[in-house]
Design a binder for this molecule. Structure first.
Ligand SMILES: Nc1ncnc2c1ncn2[C@@H]1O[C@H](COP(=O)(O)OP(=O)(O)OP(=O)(O)O)[C@@H](O)[C@H]1O
Length: 232
């Protein structure tokens, strides 16, 4: 579903954020992406969503080679990838309904269908009945759920979450990660960037470790060697 082969990303200022990264995530897998601040996690998500292009190497998402993807195909790619940010990126002066509906309004979906979809999405994240509230009146965990509802509203086959539990206590973090696990159970491919090793241990999913832009092979001492599993 997501395959990186020897991907290197150097920003225009010369900084190499990723170096020779290769891995493969199967359709329907849920994978954690661990790494220190600045390890390259957000850069990886920007490459998968074609916000950035790799300097070298190849990225396939659902068998599409992103380097060859035409500009007019990028909106469809992005509709198939729901992205959740640590800071929610919600519109604080718009209702929960409007925030979740936004991606559907943008594509001109009829109002009746939007209503149905927003209700269903809010139900899935446990926020039924909160449609009319402003995000500012919700707790941090509830705001994060609004961000998840907005990310799944287009029924994407991939969810990318960038530090989705960063500001939450343990109990709320468990609830948020469990929502991702629920989507994964119905077939959505999920990738969660996190510093939260408690969640990684709790769920036991495969974890891709990045350090200073390189994959770490944890079976060996940390010497920034390529991950042999990722080469297959
Ligand atoms: N647009 C850019 N131009 C230059 N350097 C950048 C740019 N974006 C990120 N970087 C650098 O690339 C490295 C990786 O950044 P990235 O945001 O991918 O890390 P991260 O693992 O997501 O970190 P965090 O956990 O703090 O969000 C950092 O050293 C960062 O300063």
């Amino acid at each position: 579903m997501i395959k990186l082969s020897h991907v290197t990303k150097r920003y225009p200022n010369g900084h190499e954020a990723l170096h020779d990264v290769s891995f493969d995530i199967a359709a329907g897998e849920m994978v954690f992406l661990a790494g220190h601040s600045g390890a390259g996690k957000s850069t990886l998500f920007k490459l998968i969503t074609r916000i950035e292009k790799p300097t070298s190497g190849q990225i396939l998402v659902d068998n599409q080679n992103l380097s060859r993807l035409r500009d007019n195909k990028i909106p469809a790619l992005r509709r198939d990838i729901g992205v959740i940010f640590q800071d929610h990126k919600l519109l604080m002066d718009r209702s929960v309904f409007d925030n979740v509906a936004l991606p559907l309004i943008v594509i001109g979906m009829p109002h009746d269908e939007i209503q149905k979809r927003v209700r269903a999405a809010l139900g899935k994240v446990g926020l039924s009945g909160k449609e009319k509230q402003l995000p500012i009146t919700l707790s941090g965990g509830e705001q994060q759920r609004v961000g998840i509802a907005r990310a799944v509203i287009n029924r994407p086959s991939i969810l990318l979450a960038d530090e989705p539990t960063g500001n939450l206590d343990d109990a709320l973090s468990d609830e948020i990660i469990d929502i991702f696990a629920d989507f994964n159970r119905v077939g959505v491919t999920v990738m969660i960037a996190t510093h939260d090793f408690r969640q990684i241990e709790r769920l036991g999913n495969r974890t891709i470790h990045l350090a200073h832009g390189q994959l770490m092979n944890l079976a060996q001492p940390v010497t920034h060697q390529p991950n042999p599993e990722a080469e297959s």
